[in-house]
Design a protein. Sequence first.
Lengths: 73, 197
Amino acid sequence: MMKKEEFIEEIKEILLIENKVDENTGIEVDSMASLLLIAFYDENFGKTITQEEIKKFKKISDCIHFAGIENFD
Amino acid sequence: MIRNTMNPKFDELHNSFEIEALNVTAKNYLFLNQAEKKIILEYRNHPAIRDKMVNSNLISKESHFDFLQNLKEKKEGHWILRNEKKIFGALNLTKYDEKTDSFMGGNYSNPELIGTGIGFALNFVLHKLVFEMVESNQMRAIIQRNNKNAVRMNHVFGGILEDNFKIGQEAYIEMIFKKENWTSIKKDTFKYMKYVF
């Protein structure tokens, strides 16, 4: 199980976000980031997602909800 | 297998090849049928593709067919790529530099596949081609500086910034990639291929 803070740091690294974020921070997912996210969800949560679905993510909270709140420490 | 020069690197440029592990076949432009010749021109002239190229002008049918006709005399390679029979893009190696044993590498995708991660697959195949098949020491690539997706992807493939320059109003960077880094980069990047195909 991953800590939520750790998850957010991973997401920040994938999305190349340097500033502080919270769950309402807006995000933009390009092709490279979506590929890294797909691999991240698969490797860490066993979850499958498509590029089309990931590109609909608009906020950090979308990333968290897809991972599933129940999967965090 | 074409052997027509004293330089094995240039001979390899005129061959077609397969990457079984990825179910990818690469057909050299020298062997394209008429339909394939038209398709690659359509792709290359698509606005979403040519806007990312150094030469963003429309290529006429005449100059395209002249280019294909003259290719066998040139020391460069161009390939159309298929995965499970679907054409997903094109690769090229041009402008060989004997001093650095390097080619300029380029690629463009089937415009229908933009945004699917197919650029990653194209780059993986390009690196495998230049470092494992042609066995060059280095590869160079020119990328539009504001194409953040491409700049980032080239970093993932081990690109090192070599130069910044402008052509007209458009800013570009040149990156180099080294054969000595390919083994570890291949290991890091191969795992993403299953998410593309």
